[in-house]
Design a binder for this molecule. Structure first.
Ligand SMILES: Nc1ncnc2c1ncn2[C@@H]1O[C@H](COP(=O)(O)OP(=O)(O)O)[C@@H](O)[C@H]1O
Ligand SMILES: [Mg+2]
Length: 226
């Protein structure tokens, strides 16, 4: 691999299930995303967008092709190695926020830093700054069940960007919000990512958001449509 793509996929294939129940969801995906690029993935429901984003995020295994992330071939790495790799390089915003219910907003944002063994006081300061940036500083000590859907999504975005990851992946991060709030949150995510020079891949239904990204990948039935 000669060039320095941050994300490079070659012929990625993903199959769910086995035998008669096998369902091929990604049918040979090849792509190259460079440092600092901002890319949207669009396509109909069931096209394989979340599956692709999960593979790029090193969250799931695949059956064919090769994948390299940050110039590292991650195709055959163990789950343990991958989780450390993710923590160092990747921030992920899930479609459903996936916050840990037993921790407060503040603690949820601090977790990626604590895993990296950042000093507690420093982690706390960074998390508080983001809560402030997202105008929910007064919710710092509330647990997800005590927060609205929109507040949870803001916490989830803060958690994804807190460690200045090289790569930010967001899977329809604002699916549960109204359009105005959804755009505001996504624009903040793009703006913060841009400031840090992060590479961003965002799955979205919103053409307006897709139009703000440098490149749009259209996924239909497990293939990239040109
Ligand atoms: N864990 C799973 N097991 C089996 N099938 C799955 C699983 N996750 C997703 N699928 C199927 O894979 C296809 C693509 O799903 P997904 O990647 O979630 O699409 P999208 O995000 O574009 O809506 C769908 O047909 C879905 O039902
Ligand atoms: Mg999806």
């Amino acid at each position: 691999m000669e060039s320095r793509a941050v994300i490079r996929a070659e012929g990625l294939e993903k199959v769910y299930g086995y035998g008669r129940n096998a369902l091929t969801v990604l049918k040979g995906i090849s792509l190259d995303i460079g440092k600092g690029e901002i890319v949207s993935i669009v396509g109909p429901s069931g096209a394989g967008k979340s599956t692709l984003l999960n593979l790029i995020g090193c969250l799931d295994s695949f059956q064919g092709g090769r994948l390299s992330v940050m110039d590292k071939d991650v195709t055959n790495l163990s789950v343990e190695v991958l989780s450390g790799f993710r923590n160092r390089h990747i921030g992920f915003v899930f479609q459903l926020h996936n916050l840990l219910p037993e921790f407060t907003a503040l603690e949820n944002i601090m977790i990626p830093l604590m895993i990296r063994r950042v000093r507690r006081g420093h982690a706390r300061g960074q998390a508080l700054a983001l809560l402030d940036r997202f105008q929910i500083a007064d919710r710092a000590h509330h647990k997800p069940s005590e927060l609205s859907g929109g507040e949870c999504q803001r916490v989830a975005v803060a958690r994804a960007i807190v460690g200045d990851p090289d790569i930010i992946l967001a899977d329809e991060p604002t699916g549960s919000l109204d359009r105005a709030n959804s755009r505001m949150l996504t624009e903040t995510l793009l703006e913060l990512g841009r400031q840090k020079g992060a590479t961003i891949v965002i799955v979205t239904h919103d053409r307006e958001i897709a139009s703000q990204t440098g490149k749009t990948i259209s996924l239909v039935d497990g293939k990239i449509e040109s």
